[in-house]
Design a protein around this ligand. Structure first.
Ligand code: NDP
Ligand code: 8X3
Length: 252
């Protein structure tokens, strides 16, 4: 049984990962900004799987909040075995000349700086205990770019560089570092990107078969359930219908 800390668990991939970990009898620590959603998930995990769960609201982009809330976790939640850095988002789909600087800042603050703040707050204990695993959620967008997606893609390219760097930073320690890179998956991702425009968000998933959040949760769980001498460095997973960020078969 492991204590798995999942950021961005109020929806999508984070939510599905919390369920998978609870199903497999792990202790689950979850955060996001929307605590009403976390409360609902926590109750579901307790009822259905008799899981040991703790949730707290957290905006990962706020450095002092991250440090304070992680430092002040209840005593029995201090020892985190696995950190899943999942919280993240895309905002807008405009070219750089038309894009909103506020959107760029939020994406960079959450996807890059937030991941760094949470990692720093958690890894210190892992290094002291000489045990731990960090799974960063990157993206196909960390390997490619597409029109209107430059800033989001830049944040996911950064996640790729940070994952590689973390492995080297903690070389010679037992800390394991994985990166799970999904292609397009049906979650609230597009609803957030298109600022609650449901019609536009739905069109992303029409006439095709995207990945589901559960598919990615399975890949994350695969990484965290390997024996300690195995470090799954990277998983790159797309739906069969996707061959690149812009090549999605919609002939269904
Ligand atoms: P969702 O929008 O469904 O979930 C995103 C989660 O991130 C929510 O729980 C949200 O919670 C949380 N989040 C956003 N901002 C913050 C913040 N400032 N502080 C804390 N939590 C935050 O999208 P996905 O599940 O699809 O996205 C999860 C990860 O997967 C992201 O990193 C995304 O980039 C990546 N990804 C997604 C793909 C896709 O096609 N869906 C493909 C490749 C990668 P709340 O709003 O309550 O704070
Ligand atoms: C999300 C994948 O291609 O929709 O990371 O930007 S994509």
């Amino acid at each position: 049984m492991k204590t798995v800390f999942i950021t961005g668990a109020s929806s999508g991939i984070g939510w599905a990962t919390a369920i998978k970990c609870a199903q497999e009898k792990n202790r689950v620590l979850i955060c996001a900004r929307r605590s009403d959603r976390l409360k609902k998930l926590s109750e579901e995990l307790k009822q259905k799987y008799q899981a040991d769960v703790h949730y707290f609201s957290l905006d990962v982009s706020k450095k002092s909040e991250v440090e304070e809330k992680i430092k002040n976790l209840p005593e029995n939640w201090q020892e985190i075995d696995v950190l899943v850095n999942n919280a993240g988002l895309a905002l807008g789909l405009e070219s750089i000349d038309k894009g909103a600087a506020d959107d760029w800042e939020t994406m960079i603050d959450v996807n890059v700086k937030g991941l760094l703040y949470v990692t720093q707050a958690v890894v210190k204990g892992m290094l002291e205990r000489k045990k731990g695993q960090i799974i960063n959620i990157g993206s196909i967008s960390g390997r490619e770019t597409y029109p209107g997606g430059s800033v989001y893609c830049a944040t996911k390219h950064a996640v790729r560089a940070l994952t590689e760097g973390m492995k080297k930073d903690w070389h010679g320690t037992p800390i394991r570092i994985s990166e799970v890179n999904p292609g397009f998956a049906q979650t609230e991702f597009s609803l957030v990107r298109f600022k609650q425009d449901e019609k536009r968000a739905d069109s992303v998933y029409q006439n095709t078969k995207p990945l589901l959040a559960e598919d990615i949760a399975d890949a994350i769980y695969y990484c965290l359930s390997r024996p300690e001498h195995i470090d799954i460095r990277e998983v790159f997973i797309t739906s069969t219908a996707q061959s690149s960020t812009t090549m999605i078969d919609r002939s269904n």
